[in-house]
Design a protein around this ligand. Sequence first.
Ligand SMILES: Nc1ncnc2c1ncn2[C@@H]1O[C@H](COP(=O)(O)OP(=O)(O)OP(=O)(O)O)[C@@H](O)[C@H]1O
Length: 779
Amino acid sequence: MGWNCEACSYRNVNDTAGSCFICETTREKKAKAKSSGNVAIVGKASSNAACSDNAKKRKTGSQTTLSGNLVDEKASAAKASKKPRAAISNAAKMPASSTTTKVQTTLSLGLVPSGYGPISSDSYTDKATRCRKVLRDVFKIEKLRNQQPRAVECALKGHSQIIVMATGGGKSLCYQLPAVVIGGTTIVISPLIALMKDQVQALTKKGISAACVNSSNKESENNQILSAVLGRNLNTTTNTKKTDQNARKPINLLYVTPESLGTSRMQNILNELHKKNRLAGFAIDEAHCISSYGHDFRPAYRKLDYIRNQFPDLSVMALTATASPAVLKDIKKNLKLERAPCHVGSFDRPNIFYKVHYKDGLDSIAEGGSLADLAKFVKKQHRRAAKENNECSGLVYVHKKADTTFLAKELTKRTQLQVGAYNGGMKPADRTKVQEDWLSGKVQCCVATVALGMGIDLAHVRYVVHWSIPKTMDGFYQESGRAGRDGLPAISLVYFSRDDANLFSFLIRKEAEKRQGKNGGAADNAEATQRKLDALECVVGYCTTASCRRHCVLKYFGEKDTDPKTICQKSCDVCQNPEKMEKAISAAESMRALSKQKQMAKTTKEKNRWNGQWTRPHGDGDGEDWDGGRQEDWEVEGLGITGEAKAPKSIGSGSFVSAASRLDSLARLEAKEREEGAKEEYGGFVKFKASSARRDRDPFPEHIRLSIQSAIDNKQKSKPKEKEQSSADLKASAEKIRAELAEIEAKKAALKARSSSVVVPAALPPPPPVSFKQRRRKP
Ligand SMILES: Nc1ncnc2c1ncn2[C@@H]1O[C@H](COP(=O)(O)OP(=O)(O)OP(=O)(O)O)[C@@H](O)[C@H]1O
């Protein structure tokens, strides 16, 4: 056990003598510098050999490629010669250590430079050669994809850049691979602790030394990590032995939150590292958090311009999957990266099938409503995956914390699958358990709030459901992007309800009102509110427009030139069957109009009742059986966000026929569709045969709509609901009644028999009447 010094190739094994760690000191038995071109040679001792080697290559004009691209070797060589990296002079002299065997293995391959070593001053050609080897031997990946080759090339040359790649595209590798090849310590700024931990775990498994400093660690743990980064003991506690042991681990990638990067302690550490020429650069993951136009704006991200000001000579890599043109502009401006190369890949996720189901329609037409539809969908995905022998996990996003537990219970009951609930309000231990169970496959489906999302990298998520609409397209793309990361087909399904949209719009305005009261800034506030409302409107548009969903997503992210016909290839519900979806949307709108009528009537009735303005005799039961919708709906309606609830005008009883016939025809169509066994690949909505009402035309004229509510009332009043019984049930209850009658008859007969056998004694004659006068006379 011990540490290889990357500079002199000496193996530091249990050696307390004043010798190489790392690297200055001379040794008696100095190992020969490794001369193989395949082996990483980093640092002072090796740099001469490497340099002469490189010089030779330069003379012969050799060029190298990372993925078939010609590389500007001259430029990088010139840069290297202009700025030779000094070898580490003040490396901490630390005793030998023990560490994990995996790290040892990777180190001994000579691929991963020690975090204590200085940053590689090799030529680009050498770095690129080593890069290919690291990719294959450490990351076990054969080929770079998407924007990766360009991004890695740029990073190896030490240039700052912005990388915008689709969810699951492989952004992490863009900074991890160069970090390993270049050596020193790369600082990765990441927004979520869970995400950092996942990444650190994955890197450690590969034998790469990584760690994260965050508030969930104990102070001593953070100290040990930072000691390891600096190569000197930062701990003030007396337990130095243990500390020293931990501090020996060299750290190649250090994950920090933007908040912790802002502390003066961390800034001092960065300055010290930089002075020692061991600070390789910065990677800002989920860079869209910088922009208030983005869906996950985080104020601490705004302060990252500090990096650019403090370390202008170091490269910065900003990475995100969800950068609309506005967000991208904001990132560039904030990080002063206007002139940096920007590698933007396509946002398209061709293996994700996009579809929308309409809650309003489902709740009115389908048996069991939208909840039953969801259960059916979930069950179907798992059944299909089992048939195809594929692994399958699913995610269902909800907005309210309480909904996670409710929906998880319902789905467990209805699907007999293991369904977990995850939300930010749970205890950290419970949350971790659910997440781990879901990642390990113990839990097949997880109902979660957006607290579970960004950066979750589970390969076989086959479906992502949004039970209520997402509030922004960026959020939608980020969350639905958890699906199909293994490249196999996956589904994104959104359950749309106009009420959800109205509720969110109401909440946005309400929040704006609150902010207004607190800190004036009226113009900013109004602008931010309008932006949020616009973002919501984009999602509503995605759901309610019968045009290619994939094209809608891509257009939002600025890919305007895509042709829906060629890009989608029928991989969204609209492109698969446009006519059907048009009708589904219009039917959902109609059904909602109907249920609004019910609600309005009830609202009016409630108002009238409380005003003491009874329009009908008390307790006539009219409309009492309407559920009145959810609490939120009432709030929204009451505050007039979606328009004042107006009292219905007189409702003609003749409208009953038209309303009932519409409902019946919808039900008939659905039944017919079921009968025909229209088995679609991705399920779907009812196949309506009704006349093709245009989307923009309201299929219910105002007078009919107003009369429908009364018609439904009358129907319900005239036909009290009876529970349908099967013939077997009826037979059983008849038998029971017969048996009871026989029993009663038997009892009656027994009583009769007993009464005839009993001799009733003759009644005693009544006593003679007593005169009150006589009684008084008695002494
Ligand atoms: N070139 C590649 N070849 C094969 N697999 C790759 C390649 N690059 C990355 N991957 C794998 O793809 C998966 C997704 O990568 P990663 O987590 O970096 O995506 P991401 O772009 O950060 O996604 P998100 O923004 O959604 O978090 C990982 O499991 C990773 O190992």
